[in-house]
Design a protein around this ligand. Structure first.
Ligand code: BGC
Length: 701
């Protein structure tokens, strides 16, 4: 209850709080971690100030509290889920999204967010793929930088700035089988080349904190991994900011069975230089005794405390610990924030297929059948991790289409997202639902199907073994398609789905993910042609789950053509970087200079991109490199740079990228990062499989 927190603050027993702070005993007599009732503080500015006052004015040392929350894609104004935002390949827009989230969160007293999540995800079964920016280290790094800048602003002391936390360190996305929290066993090479670069980027952007992951890495849980945390992160990478555990992850080391009890786990965590114990209560209960027994040097505790105090100083909490409690009501979901959310949502949409220019719909599309369980599901479109987001703020596609097209829009849900096929009564209901949808489609000029996943099917602990459309949705798609009425599929989901049948039969497919409060308007903008989609995939879409893990920057193997399955090709359904537009872009005149570069040179790669269609549009120009042969096996392709450009019809632009020696380097067999002479192939393209091809040969000198 609130009184307990007020007392604890007064007694100086709280340093920072997650705003959903669990109340009561967390660890029982046997050392077992328990969760019970929850309390909200930071969502209510008045209560935040009240609690802060106890700490600042009535505690012995007067140290202000730090309020934290998972502000992942918007605070009250829910933005697209991070994976969707990454489809924009537009770091400025993503930074703006994080900035709005920071402005709203800080108005509620929150000055620390557990964001950005920058785990590389190569397995879409893993539900947390939705929280990050996909499979590529470069794109993930660019988005990490954008979000850190958005949250932290120019200066942490600005009352609108929120301390960011890069998470989850390290390798969390490599969970075996895509099962959340599962074992991670990846080589040091892959950790360094694939999983670490986004963390380096976040630190370079000034990210003030890092969260260690739940998982073990090659035998040691991250929360107690002195190699990964103390040696690599603090030592090699030079990070001297705040490190926080994940929720209960210190205690969970006893479940990993790499520590005998919470005391042992606590010792390992502080030795690894984890500063804040989130919800294991190991530090609160056992650090003092560990120091008294001489098992933990007092200096380690002082260092951890020092880092937390430093952050509180940097945030200006000692100067201004309180918030203006009238601010929140004035700015939450204000017009400006909604506009930012709508622009972000528009840019997050990916046009996966558009045969025969099925989209956009005609200006007067006639009778429109809106069908499917996600057309009018305000909750689902917000996605996982809602900070203070509310479904009441969300505009659904159905509501927006009805607003714009009036009575010509009629709706049938058809089926639920998920339902147990075995239950006869439900199955009958579904048959009736499908029949009603078919009848509506038959009596319409166009059918728009909104299918996918609901919000609770992705996110933490939400792994799936299948990537198919859940429930009986595919039956609905097939039945509506069979009517012969032209149809369009809009996907709303949190991970790549295997939608082979849909791709083979339905002419137009729009990937809309979970776009937040403005999903309806943004989707309608795209369907009706008021916004020309330009998003590109930050993840590979497999044809079937059996291809997973399937990612564009894989290795060659010794038998590239016969390393395959008997029953499916190796090709993805949609490759990394794929995304169409209502206009077309031509690429030509690729030039690489200098003609004979040495290992010390910067190399310029330039080509002309022309909007050859009759609509204005945005194109994400992507630069990939293939190191033809190196001392260690190189990936078949690596994204090195990209730029989102906007072109009017007929307009052309010379797009130039610079490749630095660092971008050409490999980590050789001795672990040294070196530029090696030899041939490099260049793909200057519209996706990871299409574009202009060139090459250059690096000379030793
Ligand atoms: C998640 C973190 C999150 C934390 C606090 C954990 O379960 O793994 O990503 O920041 O909870 O809510």
């Amino acid at each position: 209850d609130e009184q307990r927190f007020l007392t604890a603050a007064r007694e100086g027993r709280i340093g920072s709080l997650l705003n959903v702070a669990f109340d009561g005993v967390k660890v029982d007599a046997d050392g077992v971690y328990q969760e019970d009732s929850s309390q909200f503080f930071a969502k209510d500015p008045e209560r935040t100030n009240k609690l802060q006052r106890e700490a600042v004015e009535n505690s012995r040392l007067g140290i202000p509290l730090l309020f934290a929350h998972d502000v992942i894609h918007g605070y009250r104004t829910t933005f697209p889920v991070p994976l969707a935002e990454a489809c924009s390949w537009d770091p400025e827009q993503v930074e703006r999204s994080a900035r709005v989230a920071a402005i709203e969160a800080s108005a509620a007293g929150i000055r620390w967010t557990f964001c950005p999540m920058i785990d590389i995800a190569r397995d879409p079964r893993w539900g947390r793929i939705v929280e990050g920016s996909g499979e590529d280290p470069h794109l993930q790094s660019v988005m990490a930088t954008a979000r850190v800048r958005g949250f932290q602003g120019e200066d942490l002391a600005d009352p609108e700035s929120v301390l960011a936390a890069a998470k989850h360190y390290l390798g969390y996305g490599a969970a075996e089988g895509g099962r959340d929290y599962n074992t991670v066993d990846v080589s040091e090479r892959t950790l360094r080349e694939i999983y670490l670069p986004p963390f380096q980027a976040a630190l370079d952007a000034g990210c003030g904190s890092v969260m260690v992951a739940f998982n073990e890495i090659n035998g040691v849980p991250a929360s107690g991994d002195a190699w990964a945390v103390r040696k690599l992160l603090r030592g090699e990478m030079g990070f001297d900011g705040l490190i926080v555990s994940d929720w209960g992850s210190i205690w969970e080391m006893t479940r990993h069975r790499s520590s005998v009890d919470l005391v042992d786990a606590t010792e390992q965590a502080i030795e690894a230089t984890v500063d804040v114990d989130m919800e294991s209560y190991g530090y609160a209960r056992h650090l003092a005794e560990l120091v008294e027994q001489g098992r933990v040097p007092e200096q380690l505790v002082d260092d951890a405390v020092g880092r937390l105090l430093t952050v509180k100083f940097q945030l200006g909490l000692f100067d201004e610990p309180y918030i203006d409690s009238s601010l929140a009501s004035r700015i939450m979901v204000c017009d400006e924030h909604r506009t930012a959310a709508r622009e972000m949502a528009q840019k997050s949409i990916v046009l996966l297929k558009n045969e025969g220019d099925a989209l956009p719909l005609a200006k007067t599309p006639g009778k429109v059948a809106v069908i499917g369980p996600l057309a009018d599901n305000a909750e689902a479109q917000l996605g996982s991790w809602l900070a203070a987001g509310r479904k009441e703020d969300a505009i659904t596609p159905l509501a927006e289409l009805q607003k714009r097209l009036g009575d010509s829009v009629r709706y049938e849900r058809g089926v639920e997202v998920e339902e147990p096929a075995s239950e006869d009564s439900r199955a009958n209901e579904t048959d009736t639902g499908i029949a009603a949808a078919v009848a509506l489609a038959k009596d319409s000029d166009v059918a728009i199907l909104f299918v996918g996943e609901h919000d609770k099917m992705s996110g933490e602990a939400k792994s799936r073994s299948s990537l198919d459309l859940p429930g009986r949705q595919i039956e609905l798609v097939k039945a509506v398609h069979a009517t012969g009425t032209p149809c369009v599929v809009v996907l709303m989901n949190g991970r790549p789905l295997s939608i082979r049948w849909t791709d083979q039969h339905v002419p137009a497919i729009v990937e809309a993910w979970f776009l937040g409060v403005e999903a309806g308007p943004a989707i309608a903008d795209v369907l009706l042609g008021d916004f020309n989609p330009g998003g590109k995939l930050p993840v590979t879409f497999p044809q079937t789950v059996g291809q997973v893990p399937l990612y564009y920057n894989h290795k060659s193997t010794g038998r590239p053509t016969i390393s395959k399955y008997l029953d499916i090709p190796n090709k993805p359904l949609y490759p990394f970087g794929h995304g169409l537009s209502y206009t077309t872009f031509d690429y030509n005149s690729l030039e690489i200079a200098p003609a004979e570069p040495t290992i010390e040179d910067e190399i310029t790669v330039v080509a002309t991109v022309t909007n050859s269609g009759d609509r204005a549009g945005a194109e994400v120009v992507q630069l990939y490199l293939r190191d033809v042969a190196a001392s260690v096996t190189p990936p078949v392709l690596e994204l090195k740079n990209f730029r989102r450009i906007e072109l009017a019809p007929g307009e052309q632009q010379r797009v130039a990228f610079t490749l630095t020696p660092k971008q050409l380097a490999v980590r050789n067999r001795e672990g040294e990062v070196m530029v090696e002479p030899g041939q490099f192939d260049v793909l200057f393209g519209t996706s990871s499989v299409e574009g202009l091809k060139g090459s250059f040969r690096l000379q030793a000198e």
